[in-house]
Design a protein around this ligand. Sequence first.
Ligand SMILES: Cc1cc2nc3c(=O)[nH]c(=O)nc-3n(C[C@H](O)[C@H](O)[C@H](O)COP(=O)(O)OP(=O)(O)OC[C@H]3O[C@@H](n4cnc5c(N)ncnc54)[C@H](O)[C@@H]3O)c2cc1C
Length: 386
Amino acid sequence: MIKTAVCIIGAGPAGAATSLMLSKLKIHHYIIDKETFPRDKTCGDGLILYAYKVMKILGDNIFEEFLNHTKILHSKIIRLHINAKQDIVFTESNDRDMIISYAKRIDFDNFLVQKLSETYTQKEFGNAVKSIQETTEGILITLKDSKQILANIIVGADGAQSIVSKKVAKNKIDDEKMSTFVTAYFKGINDMPAGNESEIRIIYNKMPFFFYIFPLANGESNVSLGSNSHFIKENKINLVDEIEKIISTNQQIKHRFNNATRISKWRGWVIPYAFGNQKIVGNRFLLVGDAAGLANPFYKEGVGTGMMSGIIAAKNIQKCLKNNDFSESSLKNYELEVKREFGKLLKFSAFMLKLARYKYIFSFIVSLFKNRLSKKSFAIIKKRSY
Ligand SMILES: Cc1cc2nc3c(=O)[nH]c(=O)nc-3n(C[C@H](O)[C@H](O)[C@H](O)COP(=O)(O)OP(=O)(O)OC[C@H]3O[C@@H](n4cnc5c(N)ncnc54)[C@H](O)[C@@H]3O)c2cc1C
């Protein structure tokens, strides 16, 4: 049996950021992932705010290499179309490089994993966690190949279907606090705007659906559509049929797909935003990223918030190791700090999402506050990015 102080389960952005920060703090640890890297992950492939902030915190040229990565695009503009006639524009100030970046997750996640420390990080990739059991000496993790790891503390960084969240924290999946999306890669979409500008639209069909065209390197684009998971299930909506209808009939969109070819199959996955309604710490464990339900309900940033939670987790683990105390009460500080960092923003975003259900009221409110929103966003971007 292997013994370690810390074991991270999942090497997506949240797990990788936790590992990189632990290494920065000179803490030896294990990181497990069921996949080998590079591995793909269903995503919109947009990176904003917290992703930049975390790469800057981690240092070691990570941010500079990210800026110069040949497969990553950057843009100084985000335009959200509320309806056919109304939009809100968020732009970056001239002294900064970008407000949003676009990277296929197969590239971005691998970029982070390649940065994991050779000194402090033991990698166990291509081996899924099958069971987790609390013992008197620590937490015992059993892997697919029957290997066992005993840890003082585990970090659940294993995404939206987290085994740590389900089996250890005993959280239940709440589809009211979750979005479901489908996404596919396309080539040859017409009229891609200059400056790597994306297309983000709210399209109403009883509920608001979010439609995205995100530009990618090599002339490819990520096209996606999603809405609240509970609503989709209740109304038996087939998201693939829905998005295919939109790209062939929607007046604002269809012309862009005249010559476009889909180059991947449609893939679906969920984005949990249940933070505040579920357990994220307990004896000998804490949850980060999607496992902790930390995606932004409105604009779906889950990569950056996940990475930032990894930074906060690593710093709290350092304190637990110092005090040799892995109890729930000593880990409560992690929960408090996560709340302090994201609480207001996630609450405001959840409120905006609720408001967006009422098409005309939302549109009216946006028209009233549009200028203030665009201006205020500067302060938010400054605080939460870089
Ligand atoms: C369609 C879609 C579009 C999205 N668009 C965006 C976007 O544009 N921008 C954005 O910021 N966010 C977006 N998100 C959200 C974002 O993808 C997630 O919030 C983000 O991936 C969370 O990172 P994570 O590290 O917590 O989890 P993940 O990235 O899911 O990583 C979890 C890791 O755990 C591993 N794992 C799982 N189970 C086990 C196990 N039993 N044993 C070992 N390893 C395991 C997995 O292999 C994986 O590598 C989108 C999500 C979806 C579904």
